[in-house]
Structure formats: C-alpha cells, structure tokens
Design a protein around this ligand. Structure first.
Ligand code: UDX
Ligand code: UDX
Length: 431
C-alpha cells in the first residue's frame, strides 16, 4: 500500500516515518519547500527523540520520500493523511483553511478511489466539509471516502506513542475505509476503536480537554495547598493512587502549553458554542491555566519586590522537556511580563534556544548552561523540568547568584535541602 502524508510537521513527519518503518511506502508532502529540501538532504526540521534515525533509515531504504509537489503526491497514493496545521484564530476557533486547501487539491487531482484521512486535530463536522469540498471540486467522478484518525502523540515521546498506542481511533463511513485503516495499523498490536467520523473528531478534542482539565484541577488545588501549607505533591500522590483517577497529569506547575492543549481547548469551546452548548467547564479550565501564569508572576514580585534592575535566570523555555517546541509555552508569556516589568532575563534551554531566538530576539540573554544563566541572578525560575536540570551543583549556584532565591515552577527540587543550604525556596503549592 502507498500512503501520502500532507504536512510534514511534528505530526506528519512522525506519522510518515513510523508508517514507513512498518513497511509502508510513504510520500511526505509539504508546501514549505525549505522544509522539504532540508528533509531531502537528510536534515530534520524538528527536535523529536529518535526521529532522525527512523527518517534516515527509511529514506535510505526508499520507503520514505519527500516532495513539495502535493498534486503529484495526491495522484500517486490511494490513502492521503491530512496533517496540516489547524492553528487557533483570535476568537479561539480552529483555522481550517489549510484543511480546505488540501481537500481541494485532492478533488482536482483525483483520478481513482481515494481515502482522505483527517489526522490533524479538527472540530467535529470538519469531515462533512471535507466531503462537501471534494464533491464540489472533483474533476472526475471517482469514488472516495473521508475518515478521521486523530493522533495522540506527545511531543518528546511521539515515536513511542505511535508504535505503542493505548488505542487507535478510526472514524469511518464505509467498510472499505475501515478495511484500509485496519490494514495500515495491523502491525501495531493495539485496540482499534471504530466510530463514525464525528465520534472520532469528538474523541480527540475530548481527550485533550480532559487531560487539560486534570492539569487545571491540580493547579487549582495547589492554591489551596499554598494557603494551608499542605504539599501539593503529597496531595497529588494521595489522590492519584486511586486507579479511577490515576497519577498521570496531576503535576502542578506553571500551566500547560504546547501546540495542542491551549488550541484544542479553545477550539472545542468554540465549536460547542456554535453547536448551541456553552462548555463553561472548559472555559474555567482555560481561565485557571491563564491564571497560573499570573500566579507565577506574583510569586516573583514577592521574592524580588521591584523588578527594574533585577536579573532573573530562566531554566527551560520549551513547553515541556524533550522538545524544542515553544508554541504557547507559559515561559514565553511569563518572560515577556517580567521584561515589561523591567527585569533582565538570562535563559538556557537544552533544545529550544533557536526557536526562542526566533520568538524573543534580543529581549533576553541566551546562555550556554544553567550556571551562566544563574551568574549574577537575583532569582532562578525553573520553567521546564528537563532531566539535566535535576542534578545541580547548588554550592556553585549559590556562589554566583546575587541572592540565593529560586522559584521551582515544576516542583522538582527538594525544598528542605535548598532551604537548609540558605536558598529562599518557592514552589507551586508547596513551601
Ligand atoms: C498539526 C496540527 O496543527 C494539529 O492540530 C494536529 O494536532 C497535528 O497536526 P503540527 O504537526 O504540530 O500539528 O503542525 P505543524 O508542525 O505546523 O506542521 C504542519 C505542516 O503542514 C507544516 O510543515 C506546514 O508547512 C504544512 N502545511 C501547512 C502544508 O503542507 N500545506 C498547507 O496548506 C498548510
Ligand atoms: C498532548 C497530549 O498528551 C497528546 O495526547 C496529544 O496528541 C497532543 O497534546 P503534548 O502537548 O505534546 O501532548 O504534551 P503533554 O505531555 O500532554 O503536556 C502538555 C502540557 O501539559 C505541557 O505544557 C506540560 O508541561 C503540561 N503538563 C503535563 C502539566 O503541567 N502537568 C502534568 O501533569 C502533565
């Protein structure tokens, strides 16, 4: 079977490379010619552990190829996965113009049966629009099916999540489409959930929204711990051991970011509104997440009093560890607030420095490691819990700082040990 992936981004490139690794011939098409040239030259445009090896291996064995000629790619495969961006508009709705564009390219270049699969996260009923668009613009009267096959890939563990998923969800409207998708995923020994297209589209938005709800719940709880002196980590452990709740996504911190949760939450709220249901609960989840950044800012001013003339060391910029992605990263908003307040920022991130430079330019100082960032700092903020930030030479840090203060934005440090060493320690929901 041959497969065309349209959109060689964080999702499309991982999906294409993994399917190639399963023995399927894959063409990854993208309208960003620079990105395609880089991929054809063996380069990888994103940081994702293990991706470089799997792309190189399958490019070498000929199963994985790249093109910016989307028309040709559409013509050459029976199955087309749409993995283009669905970024948020100002009103929170998902921008589906790229999905429409690709649907039209399929329609205009279809000369035999096609299965067109939504992999990008889209609001419910997008599948209806994909079908309408293809029917309206198809040049030849060929049969086709639309389907939804949402991704549940976490950045930083995307390959693992693809190869060992908890489940694969396929939203289909014909036995033919179901058969093709079952065949594609057959090599993965996992549960295949078959629904209609709308069901699959809702499963994706609902999954991300529920995970975001868990995070906002624990962040809201951290405020109560803050006011009572309880430790949020102990509370999270105590509730998480209930198998119905489980321990995952109960880590309090500076809030959730990334290219999915913030965007998908707003898109789900928006589509619900347009369907006549006001999803107030999710609006609260979003509000709590925004408030978390404000709380971090207030903590800093409590530690430093005035910001002008102060130097702050930022450890970690990426929205989470093991990725270079800074899209909707809380660190960016918090740093901008601190800069507006007059502080100087010295930052280090193991993978996201280039993307940070594109976003922040010379508004901050880019350091080569956490020690250079801490040099002359009045306070450290741990924003991203990279493993390499866990073992620190605190004596060395204390010597180079103007005053030994740290805001542990992801609650990863031993508060007592740091306080015994003379650090002013502040956590999120723990003291
Ligand atoms: C995308 C969606 O944004 C997200 O909603 C979904 O969950 C997964 O797919 P991501 O892969 O992170 O996420 O997007 P991005 O990294 O921006 O990649 C999208 C790619 O599509 C880009 O490489 C872009 O150049 C390409 N693209 C976009 C096209 O090839 N054609 C277009 O018309 C628009
Ligand atoms: C998420 C979903 O997990 C994945 O299934 C979906 O396909 C895409 O969106 P991703 O955004 O890559 O994946 O990262 P994830 O590990 O889910 O973390 C998202 C955000 O939540 C990060 O900013 C992370 O710091 C934050 N988070 C996560 C917390 O603040 N606390 C937690 O306990 C877990």
């Amino acid at each position: 079977m041959k497969l065309t992936i349209v959109g060689a981004g964080y999702v499309g490139l991982v999906t294409g490379a993994c399917f190639a690794d399963l023995g399927i011939e894959v063409i990854c098409a993208d309208n960003d010619e620079k990105k395609i040239k880089l991929l054809e030259a063996g380069g990888i445009p994103i940081y994702e552990p293990g991706l470089e090896e799997i792309v190189k291996k399958n490019s070498a064995n000929g199963r994985l190829s790249f093109t910016s000629d989307i028309k040709k790619a559409v013509k050459s495969s029976e199955v087309i996965f749409i993995c283009v961006g669905t970024p948020p508009r100002d009103d929170g709705s998902a921008d589906l113009t790229a999905i429409e564009k690709v649907s039209r390219v399929v329609a205009e270049n279809m000369d035999s049966y096609k299965l067109v699969v939504e992999k990008s996260t889209v609001p419910v009923e997008t599948g209806e629009w994909v079908k309408k668009t293809i029917n309206a613009f198809k040049k030849k009267d060929c049969e086709f099916d639309a389907a939804s096959n949402p991704e549940f890939l976490r950045e930083g563990s995307a390959l693992e999540d693809f190869m060992n998923p908890d489940r694969v969800v396929i939203g289909v409207e014909s036995k033919r489409a179901e058969k093709i998708l079952r065949e594609l995923y057959a090599p993965l020994d996992t549960k295949i959930v078959v629904t209609d297209i709308k069901g699959a589209e809702i499963i994706k938005h609902a999954s991300n929204s529920f995970l975001a709800t868990k995070i906002s719940f624990i962040n809201a709880l951290s405020n109560i711990c803050e006011k009572t002196g309880a430790d949020i980590n102990a509370v999270a452990e105590g509730i998480g051991l209930d198998s119905r709740i489980n321990k995952h996504f109960l880590k309090a911190g500076i809030g959730f970011g990334g290219s999915c949760f913030p965007k998908d939450l707003k898109a789900f709220i928006h589509i619900s509104e347009s369907l006549g249901y006001s999803f107030d609960m999710l609006k609260e989840v979003d509000k709590i997440n925004e408030k978390q950044k404000e709380i971090v800012f207030q903590k800093i001013t409590k530690i430093l009093w005035n910001l002008p003339g102060k130097t702050i060391a930022v450890w970690g910029i990426a929205f989470k560890p093991n990725t270079d992605d800074i899209r909707s990263a809380p660190s960016i908003d918090i740093m901008n607030r601190l800069i507006e307040g007059g502080a100087k920022i010295k930052a280090f991130d193991p993978a996201a420095m280039d993307k940070a430079k594109e976003e922040l330019g010379d508004k901050i100082v880019y350091c080569k490691d956490i020690y250079e960032a801490a040099d002359g700092a009045d306070c450290i903020i741990l924003m991203t819990e990279w493993n390499e930030f866990k073992e620190v030479d605190w004596d060395k840090i204390k010597k180079v700082m103007t005053q030994p203060a740290i805001l542990d934005g992801r609650n990863i440090y031993d508060a007592k040990k740091l306080k015994d060493m003379g650090f002013k320690y502040t956590g999120i929901g723990r003291s």
